[in-house]
Design a protein around this ligand. Structure first.
Ligand SMILES: Nc1ncnc2c1ncn2[C@@H]1O[C@H](COP(=O)(O)OP(=O)(O)OP(=O)(O)O)[C@@H](O)[C@H]1O
Length: 254
């Protein structure tokens, strides 16, 4: 049993309606501090909606969200980010002409008090270079530090996005399908990377790849039609008859 102190993220009765359609339905989720927690479920189960609620991009219809015991329900995404929660996106949002180092320097600068007015100053940006280079090394992009982002391969772009999330120094990382669209080599590299960055942090991730879920997650929550269908270790949920039915039912309809 997780003690109140050991809980990084918790939802109670979390619900989201879209014009009468209940996409997330009374979800009680408890994410242990320092844990790696996967959210899985068939298409349309409500995973992305839940992620959008946790990061403040959607406001819940009902229920509460707390971060380290503090109620954050209804806060804006920037306010939730200030509580130490950072989120990656499935869709790449990089500047084609800026290189990885410039991207990370901008991300580091964005969390300081200097604000945006100095963003063009090379001299001011240079103060972020040592930390930017450390982060690029952490995600394995040192050799590509000065290559325009537009010329990076897909897996390298996703690694850069991971560095941009890390630049915010989050205590809780929300990773939205970190291996989506990747070939086996990039998947393996991403698993290693997530393991590395999870040290001293809490990670919540969504992924459809069960190999990734089994390799990384110490706890798995299975959603179906907006509700929690099952929760436990990967082995527990993998062998749960309700989960098997949910997935087989989906493929039978496909
Ligand atoms: N803005 C919206 N307006 C109306 N319905 C929505 C909206 N966003 C999501 N939904 C619906 O809510 C349900 C859950 O969607 P969601 O994207 O959260 O599922 P998911 O588990 O992330 O699916 P996938 O694995 O396909 O990404 C779906 O039926 C979807 O059509």
């Amino acid at each position: 049993m997780t003690t109140a102190q050991g809980i990084a993220l918790q939802t109670k009765g979390l619900t989201k309606d879209f014009r009468g359609f209940r996409a997330v339905h009374g979800v009680d989720l408890t994410v242990a501090a320092g844990g790696v927690h996967a959210l899985v479920g068939p298409n349309g189960a409500g995973k992305t909606t839940l992620f959008n609620l946790l990061s403040g991009f959607l406001v819940p219809t009902a229920g509460t969200i707390s971060v380290n015991g503090e109620d954050v329900t209804g806060l804006q995404p920037e306010q939730i980010a200030h509580k130490g929660v950072a989120r990656s996106f499935q869709i790449t949002s990089l500047f084609e002409n800026l290189d990885p180092r410039e991207h990370v320097e901008l991300a580091l600068q964005s969390r300081t008090t200097t604000g945006r007015k100095f963003w063009r100053s090379d001299r001011l940006m240079r103060q972020f270079r040592p930390r930017a280079d450390e982060l690029l090394e952490e995600v394995g992009l040192t050799h590509l530090a000065t290559k325009p982002a537009g010329e990076l391969a897909y897996g390298q772009k996703r690694a850069l996005e991971m560095a941009l999330v890390l630049a915010l120094d989050p205590k809780i990382m929300l990773l939205d399908e970190p291996t989506a669209g990747m070939g086996i080599e990039d998947v393996t590299r991403t698993i290693d990377l997530v393991r590395k960055i999870a040290v001293g942090r809490t990670v919540v991730f969504v992924d459809h790849n069960m190999h990734v879920v089994g390799s990384l997650a110490d706890r798995v929550t299975v959603l179906q039609q907006g509700r929690v269908l099952a929760e436990g270790s990967y082995e527990e949920v993998r062998t749960d008859p309700r989960v098997i039915t949910a997935y087989l039912g989906e493929s039978a309809h496909a």
